[in-house]
Write a protein that binds this ligand. Structure first.
Ligand code: NDP
Length: 479
């Protein structure tokens, strides 16, 4: 074999990734796709990149030099399993199978385990940046063994996006760590998009901003500490005029947000791990609410039945910006908490600063903001929460009054801002010296004898709640 790397699956992502690989010095790229027509298409359009194309899987495997390294870019789930089986039958000890699809990290853990037993290296790898990223440099989040990383690292570094002079790829941790972090990345992406959407909605419906004015606002925001790909494309989306009607395109797009499910995975896993990713949760739920047209129509109120739009201060746009920034800090803090919890649960050694670093380029959530997160974990890798890093603590404190004003205005005006308000509730919960959880413990003990702990004594307590026998008894610690 003469190819040092191969790509299986030549749809949007695979073909672009193959082209990216082929464009780097020293690479010869083998390509294969189940349906040969796709391979032919790639060869016709970009054959001069020097691919070695195969019509069948045997030819593909034979075209790879040893240790063989193949990146799978096919439909996540069954498609990926099918291709892994085909490769596993043909690959030999020491060869490397990379899954670059959006796999569920639980699948990745299973696959890595099964393939390791056969002596094969399996590297589940998150790849973010869509089509454009795959071609010009994505953010890459590989899991798998350290040994596989030795071989794979240089290749991935050569095709990754570059941010501040560094390639946006790092070995995240063993087995499913890469896909887990990619999952959290997507969850944060949901939260970030929701917060931007709420900002837009408030500015427009409460602040009375026109779409043209909003383009200016987002342009302006993109020059400050909110500078990011998502803010930039928001301006671009708002700029777009519909050719048919001459209206802003955003006004003719149905207001029902779709999703491919990685946000749901993030929330499901967070719930299982007991991590309150409320920002991501609200974003997932907001998309779900938007996609219930019948229910929405049934509950919709007539204009005269809606709350009056609240008066807005002159500082309204700045206030919204501050609320967006503070809520964004919360969403990222929660996302990183989830990574910490995942690392603990699945025994991964994840460098949080390194994760923030590789998200600075190539991926959808790339932003200036991530530099602050890198600095925060540089200063203190054991940070209790991003919210207590001095830089973020100051930033949130500075915006706090505005954040509260905006949530108040949204509530009074009947404009949903679940991202802003739940982020604020989360912040206020952490910041409270005492929570009503004490009452909940009392309720739990009342109906289920679930016991409680006291602030003034060690031990586990249960109260005998019936009227004639109200007293507290100490429980034997249960195991
Ligand atoms: P799709 O997810 O649309 O998958 C299509 C590809 O999968 C085709 O090459 C298809 O082959 C192949 N395939 C499906 N089932 C099988 C099977 N049983 N055996 C062999 N091949 C099969 O392609 P995308 O390029 O959009 O995405 C590829 C992967 O990358 C997915 O896991 C996706 O989630 C992930 N991803 C996508 C991003 C994006 O922006 N699109 C971003 C990041 C990751 P055939 O031509 O024969 O049908």
């Amino acid at each position: 074999g003469q190819a040092n790397i191969g790509v299986i699956g030549l749809a949007v992502m695979g073909s672009n990734l193959a082209r990216n690989l082929a464009s780097r010095e020293g690479n010869t790229v083998a390509v294969y796709n189940r349906t040969y027509a796709r391979t032919e298409e790639l060869m016709q359009e970009h054959g001069d990149a020097g691919f070695i194309a195969s019509e069948d899987i045997d030819g593909f495997v034979a075209s790879l030099s040893k240790p063989r390294t193949a990146i799978i870019m096919v439909q996540a789930g069954k498609g990926t399993d099918a291709v892994i089986d085909q490769l596993a039958e043909r690959f030999e000890e020491g060869d490397i199978i990379v899954d670059g699809g959006n796999a569920n990290f639980h699948d990745t853990i299973r696959r890595e385990h099964d393939l390791r037993e056969k002596g094969l290296n399996f590297v589940g790898t998150g790849i973010s940046g869509g089509e454009e990223g795959a071609l010009n440099g994505p953010s890459i989040m590989p899991g798998g063994s350290k040994e596989a990383w030795e071989t794979l690292g240089p290749i991935l570094k050569s095709i990754a996006a570059v941010a501040e002079g560094e390639p946006c790829v790092t070995h995240i941790g063993s087995d499913g760590a890469g896909h887990f972090v990619k999952m959290v990345h997507n969850g944060i992406e949901y939260a970030d998009m929701q917060l931007i959407a709420e900002s837009y909605d408030l500015l427009r419906r409460v602040g009375g901003y026109s779409v043209e004015q909003l383009v200016q606002v987002f342009d302006e925001w993109n020059k400050g500490d909110l500078e990011s790909y998502l803010i930039e494309i928001t301006g671009e989306v708002l700029k777009q005029q519909d050719a048919d009607t001459g209206k802003p395109l955003v006004d003719v797009i149905r207001d029902e947000a779709g999703s491919k499910g990685t946000g749901v995975w993030t929330v499901q896993n967070a719930v299982g791990l007991g991590i309150p990713v409320s920002g991501i949760g609200e974003a997932v739920f907001a998309r779900a609410v938007s996609s219930k047209p019948t229910q929405r129509a049934a509950v919709q109120r007539s204009v005269e039945n809606r709350p009056d739009i609240a008066e807005v201060p002159d500082s309204f746009a700045d206030d919204v910006r501050a609320a967006l920034y503070a809520s964004k800090v919360v969403a990222y803090a929660q996302g990183f908490d989830l990574i910490i919890a995942g690392a603990e649960e699945y025994d991964w050694d994840i460098d949080l600063g390194a994760v923030a670093k590789i998200w600075r380029g190539g991926c959808i959530i790339r932003a200036q903001f991530l530099n602050r997160i890198v600095e925060a974990y540089d200063k203190n890798p054991a940070l209790e929460s991003l919210l207590v890093d001095p830089y973020f603590a100051d930033a949130v404190a500075e915006g706090e009054a505005a954040w509260r004003r905006i949530v108040g205005i949204a509530v009074a005006s009947g404009i949903p801002a679940p991202g802003f308000s739940s982020a604020l509730a989360y912040y206020d919960s952490l910041a409270s010296d005492r929570l009503p959880a004490a009452l909940i413990q009392g309720q739990r003990d009342f109906f289920g004898a679930h016991t409680y702990q006291r602030i003034d004594k060690d031990g586990t307590f249960h109260t005998l709640w019936s009227d004639d026998d109200r007293r507290e008894v100490e429980q034997e610690p249960s195991t």
